[in-house]
Design a protein around this ligand. Structure first.
Ligand code: KIV
Length: 298
């Protein structure tokens, strides 16, 4: 590999022509090696081609086509109405964009809970038709057998414990999970059972940082936290929270790195003003033809 310089926004560096350098593709084994070597894993949600391409070029390790797309891009109140076709539709462009990052697609509500056969068919479609390299599903003991069967079928599975948004109605809202001794023990046991069933990584959402640390120490697979403190093996954020693009209220654990909503409102406002005042378009943005051709039109 060349002695790549690094450019702002690219953690992989660029070649002398400014083109981002292509590093080796991330696989499930890469993530497990990163845990062993104590190298933090980064994961972000992605739902379309141009953004996925930018995130991939910036060097994020995992692109998650999360069912959070129901709230971030489809305008639903929760992730519950998201369908397998929605996830497939958004996974295809993300998979086309990813050169290095591992692409993980969420199995939506009721595409894996009713039967193992459903789960196999749904997950199979996300890999075969969507181009995902792995799937993510929510839950503990109730999904252990399903995880085992998916893994046996050659489908890498990421688990998701703690706040599981598809169960928001059963949980009574988006609240921190695992705060009592019983709930913490249950979560630890679920994590161990998912790892034994073959899950390659675990998302821990909205759990106390002390519990996330215990889980991270207890399981051989990487934990990726969201609202789970700094001691997980990696961190995930919803891209729209990070970019300041989410129309609703972002949760306490989400860090906003830029205010793209303001930038977009400002740019669009300037376009509207310039069209109304005649400042846009100018010759710079127009095409012309020869005068003699124009005269012939008279
Ligand atoms: O759907 C999603 O974006 C997720 C993340 C919160 C991990 O599951």
């Amino acid at each position: 590999m060349s002695t790549a310089g690094s450019s702002p926004g690219s953690r992989l560096g660029t070649d002398p022509a400014g083109v981002p350098v292509q590093a080796a593709p991330v696989t499930v084994r890469t993530l497990q090696r990163m845990k062993r070597e104590g190298r933090p894993i980064t994961m972000l949600t992605a739902y379309d081609y141009p953004t996925a391409r930018l995130l991939d070029q910036a060097g994020v390790d995992v692109l998650l086509v999360g069912d959070s797309l129901g709230m971030t891009v489809l305008g639903y109140e929760s992730t519950v109405p998201v369908t397998l076709d929605d996830i497939l539709h958004h996974t295809r462009p993300v998979a086309r964009a990813a050169r290095r990052a591992l692409v993980v697609a969420d199995l939506p509500f009721l595409t894996y809970q009713v039967s193992v056969e459903d789960a196999l068919r749904s997950a199979g479609r996300l890999l075969a038709e969507g181009g995902a390299q792995a799937v993510k599903l929510e839950g503990g003991a109730a999904v252990v057998d399903t995880v085992r069967r998916l893994v046996e079928a050659g489908i890498p599975v990421m688990g998701h414990l703690g706040l599981t948004p598809q169960s928001v109605h059963a949980l009574g809202g988006y609240r921190v999970q695992g705060r009592t001794e019983a709930a913490a023990r249950q979560l630890l046991e679920d994590a161990q059972r998912l790892a034994e069933a073959g899950a390659f990584a675990l998302v821990l959402e909205m759990v106390p940082r002390q519990l996330a640390r215990r889980v991270t120490e207890a399981v051989p697979i990487p934990t990726i936290g969201i609202g789970a403190g700094p001691d997980c093996d990696g961190q995930v954020l919803i891209l729209h929270d990070l970019l300041g693009l989410y129309a609703g209220k972002s949760p306490k654990f989400a860090k906003q790195y830029v205010d793209l909503s303001a930038a977009i409102r400002d740019a669009v406002g300037r376009f509207i003003d310039e069209v109304r005042t005649g400042a846009f378009p100018t010759d710079e943005h127009s095409f012309s033809m020869d005068d003699d051709v124009v005269e012939k039109l008279d």
